[in-house]
Design a protein around this ligand. Structure first.
Ligand SMILES: Cc1cc2nc3c(=O)[nH]c(=O)nc-3n(C[C@H](O)[C@H](O)[C@H](O)COP(=O)(O)O)c2cc1C
Length: 200
């Protein structure tokens, strides 16, 4: 099964300086693949250099601090974000105290092995983190097209993006429907912040 993420042929025509950081945690590569799909979706609306995937183990803080939208993604470990993701959250404490991210846009995604797998708990954890920072949350408005592997939003998640991976390499799983949903989500988030950017 080939579920590789194909680059979009669409070239962004929007003349805007807004930028997006997709900050993810992934030990085994599945959540990373979802993050890359979200980036591809956002790059359908914005020049490539304005959208970056950021590994939480190697954070480009300058890029993150200037970005208009922070999209946080994590795997699920025993019903919550892994300790490394929580370490990243704690590392933002000075930014939280000084309200450095207040007014930025935020969104989230969670990947795990179970169909539910308690991904909602991680999305809620990420959303609450963004609310603590005073950010503005953007959800996932896409109605499910169905519940098979190739459907969009097949897990019926609305707080953010949910994807599910099997015990197989990240090139094979999550399946095509989840990857297409991640591309859709990135595209939607970019369109949303472009639409709502302040007048010059
Ligand atoms: C310690 C541990 C705990 C996990 N807990 C859950 C869980 O609560 N729910 C679930 O659906 N999957 C759980 N999983 C499966 C991971 O979420 C899944 O393997 C995911 O794809 C890992 O993402 P990554 O490949 O980006 O690291 C767990 C995996 C590990 C190693």
């Amino acid at each position: 099964m080939n579920t590789s993420v194909a680059p979009s042929s669409a070239s962004p025509e929007t003349n805007t300086s807004v930028s997006i950081a997709v900050i993810y945690h992934s030990n085994y590569g599945h959540t990373k693949r979802v993050a890359e799909a979200v980036v591809i979706g956002a790059q359908q609306q914005l020049p490539a250099e304005q959208v970056k995937a950021v590994d939480i183990h190697d954070v480009d803080w300058d890029f993150v601090d200037q970005a208009d939208l922070l999209i946080f993604g994590s795997a699920v470990y025993m019903g919550s974000a892994p300790a490394a993701f929580k370490t990243f959250m704690d590392e933002t404490s000075k930014r939280w105290y000084h309200r450095k991210w207040e007014g930025k846009w935020a969104a989230g995604f969670a990947n795990s092995g179970g169909l539910s797998g308690d991904k909602l708990a991680v999305l809620q954890q990420i959303c609450l983190f963004a609310m603590q920072h005073g950010m503005n949350w953007i959800g996932m408005p896409l109605m499910p097209t169905g519940h098979s592997e190739n459907d969009l939003n097949r897990l019926s998640s609305f707080l953010g993006l949910m994807t599910q991976s099997m015990n197989a390499p990240p090139e094979e799983t999550p399946g095509q429907g989840d990857i297409d949903t991640a591309i859709w989500f990135g595209d939607h988030l970019a369109k949303t912040i472009i639409k709502h950017q302040p007048a010059p």
